[in-house]
Design a protein around this ligand. Structure first.
Ligand SMILES: NC(=O)c1ccc[n+]([C@@H]2O[C@H](COP(=O)([O-])OP(=O)(O)OC[C@H]3O[C@@H](n4cnc5c(N)ncnc54)[C@H](O)[C@@H]3O)[C@@H](O)[C@H]2O)c1
Length: 263
């Protein structure tokens, strides 16, 4: 590893790191010199990512955690401290799709989407905060969504959860700023991958000919930069928020969406 990485000496927990944006972030964190706890519900996926990071020369290990369980989140933090000695960065990224409208979803669906996309962000923060407060140092990054910034049809419970994430981010930034703990949120626009294709299929919005790429190109025309996101676009913002380059930045809600929410 380079000795000049932007995250050299830092340790990070990344949830939902077995796929998509979390995976890309784990790789970027490792490239910048961080040690990474690769956390996911899917242990095999997390292990494959941890192996990849190790091959890059980083310290990494995989953990199966259901982030909707407070006890599991506590164990995640304890295990990471056990392996790395301390935790500098928590990137709460795990999430699931949350389709439907206010008039047609069930209470069970609402509860599940809120548990995975909103409650988990609190539980992960709750687990790591005592350690960060004691060290008077830490960066918490919460994965929200463009859906927290603009109304998007057909994803009602997801929108409620992600709006909660941005509100919670500001509240925690205010509460823990005096402890030198920074809390910021990223609001990604559409980044094609399993998450987006699953969401489309669930909404009955998958392309009839199965050609997701043509659909992606059509949707990209609504974005000022005329392209959809790449996982690395989000990972690069996460690296910045994890690094000391952002050490006067807290309570920020960062759109990384090709300008979509500004349009
Ligand atoms: N892809 C996009 O366009 C997009 C846009 C805006 C926001 N986001 C957000 O970014 C995050 C990652 O999205 P992605 O596209 O990489 O999704 P993804 O489905 O590729 O990856 C999500 C990962 O989270 C894990 N996960 C799900 N439930 C979990 C649980 N209870 N405990 C632990 N891990 C769990 C999954 O196993 C999976 O590996 C999500 O929070 C999502 O809402 C994605």
């Amino acid at each position: 590893m380079s000795t000049r990485g932007r995250l050299e000496g830092k340790t990070a927990i990344i949830t939902g790191a077995g796929s998509g944006l979390g995976l890309a972030s784990a790789v970027r964190f490792a490239e910048e010199g961080a040690s990474v706890a690769v956390v996911d519900l899917d242990l095999a996926a997390a292990e494959a990512v941890a192996d990849k990071l190790t091959a890059l020369g980083a310290r990494a290990f995989a953990l199966r955690v259901d982030v909707t369980s407070g006890a599991a989140c506590d164990d995640m933090v304890a295990q990471t401290i056990g392996r790395f000695g301390h935790v500098d960065v928590l990137f709460s990224n795990a999430g699931i799709t949350g389709n439907g409208s206010a008039d047609d979803i069930t209470e069970d669906h609402w509860d599940r989407v809120i548990a995975v996309n909103l409650k988990s962000v609190w539980l992960c923060a709750k687990a790591v905060l005592p350690h960060m407060i004691e060290r008077r140092s830490g960066s918490i990054i919460n994965q929200a969504s463009m859906a927290a910034l603009i109304g998007i049809n057909g994803i009602f419970p997801y929108t409620a959860a992600k709006g909660g994430v941005t509100a919670m981010t500001k509240q925690m930034a205010v509460t823990y700023g005096p402890d030198n703990i920074r809390v910021n949120a990223i609001c990604p626009g559409t980044v094609p991958g399993p998450f987006v294709y699953k969401s489309r299929a669930e909404r009955g919005d998958a392309p009839v000919d199965g050609n997701e790429e043509i659909k992606n190109n059509e949707i990209a025309q609504r974005f000022p930069l005329r392209r959809l996101g790449k996982p690395e676009d989000i990972a690069n913002m996460a690296v910045y928020l994890a690094s000391d380059e952002s050490n006067w930045t807290t309570g920020g809600i960062f759109a990384v969406d090709g300008g979509r929410s500004a349009a």
